[in-house]
Design a protein around this ligand. Structure first.
Ligand SMILES: C[S@@+](CC[C@H](N)C(=O)[O-])C[C@H]1O[C@@H](n2cnc3c(N)ncnc32)[C@H](O)[C@@H]1O
Length: 241
């Protein structure tokens, strides 16, 4: 672990079981983020995929079902336990803090066709280390595909004092647990999303402001309306140059 404790570790240890249970059907995940990520990864049969901040292995389950092999890590031991339970074949999971170099030696360099991260790297202030790690693990032309909080949605939700740079923020989550949980996070401006990717040697292929899929319209008209007006998440696809 890093000298500085990962900001979201405690909160995700508290939320792991309810996240595992609810994220497969929760509006923000199941009707916005997960469909976007599944579309962005495309055909994955035969691919070796590395997943950062894998949580309870929901994306991994999809990727494995579609014919990929997955290696994933998360800072939360409880999340890793759940990811292992959910995915018993064609997967390997380990506990690690993504803010510091990963416990993967140089024999792993260039071994992965794709790196993915769903709503996970938001919790790391300085992206230079994780991005350098993903870059070294990817094959040439390999893609890093990730979702994060959209800077505008994040600005609106967290109301940080300043819209520039990377700002520590907190919010009380009531949707996952019976008891509300205070979730620390980082707000990042657009340049703090894009420039670290360029500096790490990635070429930007696509950025998408995520909207809910149509199925949410009847299921939850309020959230459908809300998230159709202001993007809560964005999906970014970059390629190792
Ligand atoms: C919103 S959850 C997303 C989980 C999963 N990717 C999904 O979409 O179902 C964020 C995840 O990031 C993990 N995380 C937060 N900080 C991390 C860090 N420094 N290193 C690795 N994982 C981290 C949390 O433990 C949690 O599992």
């Amino acid at each position: 672990m890093s000298e500085n404790k990962p900001i979201a570790l405690e909160a995700y240890e508290l939320l792991a079981e309810s996240f595992d249970r609810l994220a497969p059907s929760k509006a923000e995940n199941a009707y916005i983020e997960q469909p976007a990520m599944r579309k962005a990864v495309g055909e994955v049969r035969g691919l070796k995929i590395f997943e950062a901040g894998c949580g309870p292995g929901i994306l991994a389950e999809y990727l494995i079902h579609e014919g990929a092999k997955v290696v994933g890590y998360d800072v939360s031991p409880k999340m890793i336990e759940l990811a292992k339970k959910r995915n018993q074949k064609n997967a390997m999971f380990f506990v690690a803090d993504g803010a510091i170099p990963l416990p993967l030696d140089t024999s792993h360099n260039g071994q992965f066709d794709m790196v993915v991260a769903s709503l996970a790297i938001d919790y790391i202030k300085d992206w230079s280390i994780p991005l350098a790690e993903f870059h070294r693990l990817l094959k040439p032309k390999g893609k890093f595909i990730f979702t994060i909080q959209h800077p505008l949605g994040s600005w609106n939700w967290y109301k940080p004092e300043c819209a520039f740079g990377v700002q520590y923020v907190e919010a009380t989550w009531k949707g996952f647990n019976q008891e509300p949980v205070v979730m620390p996070d980082y707000y990042r401006s657009f340049e703090e999303v894009i420039n670290p990717l360029i500096n790490a040697g990635f070429k930007i292929k696509k950025i998408e402001d995520l909207k809910p899929i149509d199925a949410l319209r009847t299921l939850d008209p309020f959230k459908f309306g809300k998230f159709s007006k202001l993007a809560s998440f964005m999906c970014v696809i970059v390629e190792k140059e």
